[in-house]
Design a protein around this ligand. Structure first.
Ligand code: XMP
Length: 521
């Protein structure tokens, strides 16, 4: 409900996605938001009273990896269906719903994985309203609902699933065995919209304009007339957060950009140009490359490199804070929704110590402002576009805090950095020219510490190879090497060897993660 004295916020009406594991919940939540309805993910063991306390306008039970009959498989508390809130069960969610309300779920021996042909048996149903009677859907299940609970009618079936969809329209309860959230279900988004707009009576109010307006209002409420600081890294999240805060409180914001000299070609200039000249944001650009390089001299151990960078960053920031940010009380952080969801559940085992170069001195007491906390990455990018940030920043690939330091094996020297930067710039340029920037998670050059013999013209060369790394991924937890076209590999190889003296070979890393990591270090 809107609080008194305030415009209604687009998060006032929300759909809760109950997470039964596997990777589906985030995708469902994103799809719901693409239908312009705000959604949040909650764990499946959240008690019904707490679900009710969040006042959802609709609930979606996600798919999950378990069999409903396996020991310890999560169940749904039947009182959830007495809240008078519309519920849609998807895959495992449908089965859990059926079981909880007295229907029957069985292992019939007819599993379905991949595409199935769905026949709509109740074209006047809410979910299938204005849908073709025959359509393709994407399935992934062993168990099947074989009898719906009393009071439900079957609305669609496939050859292997007699109850591929059911509903109790007057109670506003719905279930589908297939996955409407995946792209392989071509009508999936329309089915979700039918649930949201007709099943839950929701309005499509989660729009870029409303997101920005309500974020601005929240920031103003929190910050008042106090001074606020944002550490810029040049990445998408801190850039969008800064632009948003600036839109809210203008000159009260000061951005601090600690340039550690480990950025890619042109990035420092781009940050300066965008924020100081274009957006007219007060920017402290600390050019600390020499200091970082001095501290890194002769250090080859990757973990020590990270530690030194983290510590140097803190020292530099402390000095700026002492000298120039004395009266600032608030600090902007570009935390995103997936960080919020995962921070409680993420596997504690660390492969590498991820030193966030945005890390701050421990004794600085700021109140955090996290204007992107509710947003997924694709939403952050759209907010960035809406706020007028350039494409180069909004669509930038993720870049590690310690920068090129994790892409130079062995000594980090000025000359080796220049070599890597020049080669890396060619990689990026060619990936962009091939139109592949957005489909690739990260693409970059790595400089190893070995050298080998080559021949150019009549001359023998003795130079470094450049390792090309290009991966596809959804979240960097797992990744696969990108199947780049041979012609693109050829162009990159030719250009790098011809244009970057000191590099005489190009090799392509074809290791997935796991067992490899994305960065080399
Ligand atoms: P790895 O190499 O562990 O990297 O597969 C996974 C993702 O994390 C990024 N990465 C970092 N990001 N600070 C960051 O902000 C770091 O210290 C750091 N180390 C790795 C990496 O680029 C990839 O996207």
């Amino acid at each position: 409900m809107p609080q008194s004295g305030r415009e209604p916020s687009p998060t006032d009406q929300k759909v809760l996605v109950v997470d039964y594991g596997a990777q589906y919940a985030q995708l469902i939540a994103r799809r719901v938001r693409e239908c312009h309805v705000y959604s949040e993910i909650v764990p499946h063991d959240l008690p019904v009273e707490e679900i009710a306390a969040r006042k959802p306008s609709g609930i979606i039970l996600s798919g999950g990896p378990k069999s409903i009959h396996s020991p310890g498989a999560p169940q749904v508390d039947p009182s959830l269906f007495g809240l008078d809130v519309p519920v849609l069960g998807i895959c495992y969610g449908q089965q859990a719903m059926a079981q909880s309300l007295g229907g029957e779920v069985a292992r019939t021996g007819l599993a379905e994985f991949g595409k199935s042909e769905l026949k709509v048996e109740a074209p006047n149903s809410i979910l299938f309203s204005e849908q073709p009677v025959e359509q393709t859907v994407w399935m992934s299940h062993n168990d099947t609902v074989v009898r719906p609970p009393d009071g439900f009618r079957v609305t669609a079936a496939t050859p292997a699933s007699p109850v591929a969809a059911f509903e109790a329209a007057e109670r506003r309860l719905f279930g589908v065995q297939f996955h409407p959230e995946v792209a392989h279900t071509p009508r999936g988004t329309e089915i979700l919209k039918n649930f949201l707009y007709d099943g839950c009576d929701l309005l499509p109010s989660w729009t870029m304009t409303s997101i920005i307006e309500s974020a601005i209002e929240d920031i103003r409420d929190l910050v008042g007339s106090e001074r606020i600081v944002c550490g810029l890294s040049g990445g998408v999240d801190s850039s969008v957060a800064a632009a948003l805060v600036h839109r809210a409180v203008g000159d009260q914001l000061t951005c601090v950009f600690v340039d550690h000299g480990l950025l890619r070609q042109g990035e420092a200039e781009q940050v300066e140009d965008t924020f100081r000249r274009h957006l007219k944001i007060d920017l402290i650009h600390v050019k600390a490359a020499d200091r970082f390089l001095d501290n890194l001299a002769d250090v080859t151990d990757p973990e020590r490199k990270r530690k030194i960078i983290g510590e140097t960053f803190i020292r530099v920031f402390e000095e700026v804070a002492r000298d120039e940010l004395e009266d600032a009380r608030f600090l902007v952080q570009g935390t995103l929704y997936p960080d919020v969801i995962e921070s409680g559940t993420r596997d504690a085992a660390k492969i590498k110590s991820h030193h966030n170069v945005g890390g701050l001195p421990e004794d600085m007491t700021f109140t955090l402002v996290e204007p992107l906390r509710n947003l997924f990455k694709d939403e952050v990018r759209r907010v960035g576009e809406e706020l007028g940030l350039p494409e180069e920043i909004v669509w930038r690939q993720p870049f590690p805090g310690p920068g090129l330091a994790v892409r130079i094996i062995g000594d980090i020297t000025h000359d080796r950095l220049e070599l890597l930067r020049a080669a890396d710039a060619i990689v990026l340029e060619e990936i962009k020219r091939a139109g592949m920037l957005r489909e690739i998670w990260q693409s970059f050059a790595v400089l190893p510490a070995v050298r080998s013999v080559g021949v150019m013209g009549d001359e023998r060369t003795y130079g470094y190879p450049m390792v090309l790394r290009a991966v596809t991924s959804d979240d960097a937890m797992t990744a696969d090497w990108a199947r780049l076209p041979y012609e693109l590999l050829e162009t990159i190889s030719n250009r790098v060897v011809n244009e970057v003296p000191g590099i005489n070979r190009v090799v392509y890393d074809i290791t997935s993660k796991p067992p490899g990591t994305i960065e080399w270090e």
